[in-house]
Design a protein around this ligand. Structure first.
Ligand SMILES: CC(C)(COP(=O)(O)OP(=O)(O)OC[C@H]1O[C@@H](n2cnc3c(N)ncnc32)[C@H](O)[C@@H]1OP(=O)(O)O)[C@@H](O)C(=O)NCCC(=O)NCCS
Length: 183
């Protein structure tokens, strides 16, 4: 029996810096991301981060953010600690993500998946995500959702600044964060 099978509660809470060290360990181990990349995601996308607590213990998270297409919520990270996998924690995270993205006015969720990660592909397909036919060495999966509130995209200038940030400033920040571990 895994830890999570004996669990009495799965709670999804907003991410905060107090979760970073545990999340960094989980992401590094179960998602094989570079420490600098993990640090970048957790620091810069904190508003789009939610953490799964299993009996109060940090068990996984998702991180999403807006891409230049303003109606699309991009799922950058979803991960569950190996000790808690296959017990419904991932399902709770996906359901929370979909409610949250709909409340923020998004009409689609997309993510890229490693072609070798058959488990993740099966997981997404089970949750209604479809594989898109886009060129690249990673696969893109997408699901349409029904927004429950209007999307606040700002005016044309605000959208341009956001696009510029996506293209340049965030990449520069990412480069500067390389090697800046969280634990
Ligand atoms: C993909 C991932 C997030 C799924 O999280 P999870 O907590 O294992 O997800 P769930 O428990 O909701 O579902 C996983 C499987 O367990 C099964 N399951 C769910 N609850 C269960 C329970 N109580 N008892 C037994 N099995 C259960 C589901 O049917 C599901 O089967 P499937 O893999 O055939 O779809 C997780 O496996 C993970 O972190 N993988 C490594 C990181 C990764 O690949 N992330 C995605 C990158 S794109």
């Amino acid at each position: 029996m895994t830890d999570a099978n004996a669990a009495t509660s799965i709670e999804i809470v907003p991410g905060s810096p107090s979760h970073w060290p545990a999340l960094a360990r989980i992401i590094r181990r179960d998602l094989s991301m570079e420490p600098g990349q993990i640090s970048y995601y957790l620091r810069h996308y904190m508003p789009g981060t939610a953490v799964a607590l299993v009996d109060g213990r940090t068990a996984g998270c998702y991180v999403f953010y807006e891409v230049p297409r303003p109606q699309v919520a991009w799922l950058g990270i979803i991960v569950v600690d190996g000790a808690f996998q296959s017990c419904g924690v991932g399902r709770r995270l996906v359901e929370h993500l979909e409610r949250r993205a709909a409340a923020d006015g998004f009409s689609a969720i997309e993510m890229s998946v490693d072609p070798d990660n058959a488990g993740a592909q099966r997981f997404y397909e089970r949750h209604g995500y479809n594989r898109l036919d886009r060129p690249g060495d990673r696969l893109t999966y997408a699901k349409s959702i029904t927004p429950t509130a209007p999307r606040q995209t700002g005016n044309a200038l605000a959208r341009f600044i956001h696009w510029l940030k996506c293209r340049t400033i965030w990449r520069l920040r990412y480069a500067l964060t390389i090697g800046n571990n969280l634990d």
